[in-house]
Design a protein around this ligand. Structure first.
Ligand SMILES: [Mn+2]
Length: 294
């Protein structure tokens, strides 16, 4: 190892250890926020999450899981592309390539439309677990057919809604609420009583393989102000992490963490919540892979 490798870093990276050979998780950032309808800036999300990851404690005593020990390969950021169709197609191709290599892809956003790319690379037996204040079921938003507010509608046109599990919804149009009523979901308004975790466990019954998509605005703006489209009445960061821990025993085939907007994250609390979410999800993947011996 040279002194350059020892003492210098060129940009934030979660690659750990530096010569990781057999990664549990393969991370890539997508600095893309072109269809953002309210507060732009989540193109700066991937590097803000990477930066925060090294500032927080990532050992979880409840799961006896150490985020720092999980081998992570950070592939860097995708080049931005002009249209959401091209951007999500690049995401789909990268995700598919990683799956072919036997890797577990982890996308750092960037806006939520990116999940339209990554989830389409998933095998058909993988369900989509979404944490989000919004349903993203609009037919179009400000003229965009494919945007951060329509991506789930576009996915539902391909797959129906049977593979979707939605958690934390609270802000949507009348049409979206009507569609959401027919989906497996827990709304934010039903997550104020302590029993909601049982309800969450119930939704996951019989589900073995998951792609997890965490839109950080599922949390209340008190816990996550640094997002593109904040909505009051959300859950706490503790509640989100508690539900993620419930995923132990499931196979996480891939995940994303989207909508982190450091431009509105003045105290940095959204970035550290995002880093905790990353640590928990990567830790669950790492623990599952080491227990399977692969
Ligand atoms: Mn959202």
């Amino acid at each position: 190892m040279s002194y350059r490798e020892l003492f210098l870093s060129t940009e934030p990276s979660i690659t750990n250890p530096p010569d990781v050979a057999d990664p549990a998780v393969s991370v890539f950032g997508v600095p893309y926020d072109v269809t953002t309808s309210y507060r732009p800036g989540c193109r700066f999300g991937p590097n803000a999450l990477r930066d925060a990851f090294w500032k927080i404690e990532v050992y979880d005593p409840l799961l006896d899981m150490d985020g720092e020990k999980v081998p992570v390969r950070d592939l860097g950021n995708l080049h931005p592309m002009p249209s959401p169709e091209e951007m999500t197609e690049a995401v789909r191709k990268i995700t598919a390539e990683l799956l072919e290599e036997g890797a577990t892809p982890a996308l750092l956003g960037g806006e939520h439309s990116l999940t339209y790319g990554s989830f389409r690379a998933m095998p058909e037996d993988v369900d989509l677990l979404i944490f989000d204040a919004h349903f993203d079921l609009r037919d179009e938003l400000y003229g965009w057919k494919l945007s951060h507010g329509t991506f789930l509608r576009r996915l539902s046109e391909r797959y129906g809604t049977k593979r979707f599990i939605h958690v934390g919804g609270r802000a949507a149009s009348k049409d979206e609420w009507a569609m959401a009523e027919g989906m497996k979901s827990i709304f934010s308004r039903d997550m104020v009583s302590p029993g909601y975790v049982d309800g969450f466990r119930g939704l996951l019954k019989g589900v073995e393989r998951l792609y997890v998509s965490v839109d950080l605005d599922v949390m209340d703006p008190a816990y996550a102000p640094g997002v593109g489209t904040p909505e009051p009445g959300g859950i706490s960061s503790a509640a989100l992490l508690q539900m993620l821990r419930e995923l132990r025993g499931k196979e996480l085939v891939g995940f994303d963490i989207v909508e982190l907007d450091p431009a509105y994250d003045h105290s940095g609390i959204t970035a550290i919540a995002a880093a905790s979410v990353f640590s928990t999800l990567a830790g669950l993947v790492g623990a599952a892979k080491s227990s399977r011996g692969s």
